[in-house]
Write a protein that binds this ligand. Structure first.
Ligand code: AMP
Ligand code: ZN
Length: 114
């Protein structure tokens, strides 16, 4: 845990959130500033500053993040589709330096993204 990291504090329970899904490795909760009718963040409990800070041996955890996002999408009745986003680094628009997957749904998404 990184003591100054917002999402580590959420994962530890120091900052309370609505826990939509959790297991030993990850946690999902609503984004505080939703960009779609459904906007959920899925984070590993382990601190990684970004996807770029993971290593090949973290592939299992990364796969679990995506599989969990797909399961949460099913729970949220997003049968018409959804979008997963992993903003990475400054050019990627990342603002919170703890790896997270955005699950966005409930409206049609445009392309290209901004
Ligand atoms: P990113 O810009 O990809 O790093 O995404 C960070 C996301 O975290 C943004 O969509 C924020 O709205 C969201 N966020 C920041 N603080 C909180 C919080 N306390 N609870 C839930 N979501 C948050
Ligand atoms: Zn963290």
């Amino acid at each position: 845990m990184a003591s100054d990291c917002l999402f580590c504090k959420i994962a530890s329970g120091a900052i309370p959130v609505t826990r939509l899904y959790e297991d030993e490795q990850l946690l999902a909760f609503p984004d505080i500033n939703p960009q779609a009718p459904v906007h959920i963040l899925v984070i590993p409990r382990q601190h990684f500053a970004s996807l770029a800070h993971t290593a090949p041996e973290d592939a299992g955890l990364i796969g679990h993040l995506l599989a969990a996002a797909a399961e949460i999408a099913r729970q949220q009745n997003l049968a018409k589709g959804y979008r997963l986003v992993i903003n990475t680094g400054n050019d990627g628009g990342q603002t919170v330096e703890h790896l997270h997957v955005h699950l966005l749904g409930g409206r049609h998404m445009g392309w290209p993204p901004g």
